[in-house]
Structure formats: C-alpha cells, structure tokens
Design a protein around this ligand. Structure first.
Ligand SMILES: NC(=O)c1ccc[n+]([C@@H]2O[C@H](COP(=O)([O-])OP(=O)(O)OC[C@H]3O[C@@H](n4cnc5c(N)ncnc54)[C@H](OP(=O)(O)O)[C@@H]3O)[C@@H](O)[C@H]2O)c1
Length: 242
C-alpha cells in the first residue's frame, strides 16, 4: 500500500466518461494523474483537472516510447497504468465478421495494450506499488457469432495481460535468483458495458441492466493501489453492475 501523493498514474485512453471518472477518482485520492489520448483539444476540454495531458497515438509504439520519455522528464517514472482504449465493431453474423473490423479491433484493443504495457513495464516493476489494469468484457465468456471479432480481440488482450502478470511475478516474488515481495500487479476488470449518469438522464428509456456505472471504475482504480499486489496480480475482477 502506498500514499497516493507518492503515486503517478497514467490513464491511457482518457477522454471517455470512463476515463474521466477514473482520472477524477485518482486525483481526488491524491495521486498525480496523467491523461493520454489522440486529441489534445478533447483532453483539455474533458480533463482540465489532471496534472499532465499527452496527445499520442497509442497504436504507434515509437510514439508511446516518445511519450514515456517526455513523462519521465516532466514527472519521473509512473506507478500505475490504466489502459482504457476501446472500440466496437460487430453484428452481421459470423460470415459478416470482416477483416477490416478485425484489424480495427486488433489495433484498438490489443496493439495499444501491447505498446503501453511494454513501454512502461520497467517503470511499473521499479515502483513500490506498480499497477496496470485493462477493461475486458463479459462478452468474452458468452460469445456470439455477431461479436466474434470483438470477443477474439478482448480474449487476446486478456491473454496478453496474463503474460504481463507472469512477467511481473517472475521479476519479483517468483524470481529464481533473487525473489523479493511482490510489488507489481496486472489486473483485468470485466464489465458488460459502461453507463454514466448524464447518459442515463438523457436516455431514461435505455435498458442499462447489468451495466457498470463509470463511478465504479473510479472506485476500482483507487482500490488498485490499496490492495495487496500478490492478491491482485493476474486477478480477473467483475466490476459491480447497476
Ligand atoms: N464502453 C463499454 O460499454 C465497454 C464494454 C466493455 C469493455 N469496455 C472497455 O472499457 C475500456 C473503456 O471503454 P470506453 O468505451 O470508455 O473506451 P473508448 O471510448 O472506446 O476509448 C477510450 C478512449 O481512448 C481514446 N483512444 C482511442 N484510440 C486511441 C489511440 N489510438 N491513441 C490514443 N487514444 C485513443 C479515445 O479518446 P480520443 O478519441 O479523444 O483519443 C477514447 O476516449 C475499453 O478498453 C473498452 O474496450 C467498454
């Protein structure tokens, strides 16, 4: 467990209601929060309260590496990484799962996760409370033909995160040569879908049963840094639903 004022957390893909809620909760807890997104204006408009904003294409490994260098210069190494980049393509049955949609989902869901976790891996290992989390979907557990491309990408992202967790364990508590107490953890959160108060107020007729309010993501983001790393590492946590 760490004091939040000592923690720097990067929210990668921060301009959606989920990203704003997570960034807000971590700021309120006292952390230094950095936000990354593909558009500087959206970052400034939606996240005026964070401590640093970075316009970057998270699908581009060189650009993510450059961002890490900039963050390192401006803020030092990070302690936490929340990967929130998403996207959805689907419908049209199994035969309608196009290559274009599969490529898009692979880029958004897997490539951005690979880039951010690879580039910040050493930061997270060096931290006294290194944490990385991504958001998966209950659809992985109940796939359909019409969302085959999507569930395949999310299942791949989950497999990648389990590998990140294994690497974190092997570098710390599971080290064959110099084991140390586990400090770093990689976590998969799982939801059906996100919902937020403003959208529910604008569309009271919409069925949001089973959806997760973005406030619950904020609470989970804060809990990441207060729970024990050994317990958290490789955990798959279903976030509370409305
Ligand atoms: N929404 C849901 O109902 C739902 C359901 C299941 C799982 N999830 C998962 O939960 C997480 C958050 O969901 P979300 O709906 O908030 O995600 P999202 O809106 O699809 O993506 C989050 C943010 O990522 C940024 N982004 C997209 N591509 C980027 C790129 N190449 N480089 C930098 N930033 C990029 C976008 O901001 P800019 O366009 O401003 O850059 C966007 O606001 C995702 O991993 C998603 O797959 C969501």
């Amino acid at each position: 467990m760490s004091t939040f004022k000592d923690l720097t957390v990067l929210v990668a893909g921060a301009t959606s209601p989920a990203g704003v809620a997570a960034a807000r909760a971590l700021c309120d807890a006292g952390a230094t929060v950095l936000a990354a997104g593909s558009n500087a204006e959206r970052l400034a408009e939606r996240l005026p309260f964070v401590h640093g904003r970075y316009e970057v294409d998270l699908a581009n490994h060189a650009a993510v590496t450059e961002m890490r260098q900039l963050i390192d210069t401006e803020r030092g190494p990070i302690d936490g990484l929340l990967h929130l980049v998403g996207g959805w393509r689907g419908g049209k049955g199994l035969a309608g799962q196009t290559d274009a949609d599969a490529d898009f989902l692979h880029t958004q869901i897997i490539t951005t996760l690979r880039n951010t976790t690879r580039v910040f891996h050493e930061d997270l290992l060096a931290s006294k409370c290194g944490r990385v989390a991504m958001v998966s979907a209950t659809a992985v557990d109940s796939p359909t033909g019409s969302n085959a491309n999507y569930t395949t990408a999310k299942a791949g992202a989950e497999a990648w995160m389990r590998s990140v967790a294994a690497a974190m364990r092997a570098a710390q508590s599971g080290s064959k040569t110099a084991p140390v107490p586990q400090r770093a953890a990689a976590v998969r959160w799982v939801i059906k879908a996100f919902s937020d108060e403003a959208t529910r107020a604008a569309h009271p007729e919409a069925n949001t049963a089973g959806f997760t309010d973005v406030a619950a993501l904020g609470e989970a983001a804060v809990s990441l840094f207060t729970a024990d790393a050994t317990t958290l590492n490789e955990a798959r946590i279903l976030l509370p639903a409305l």
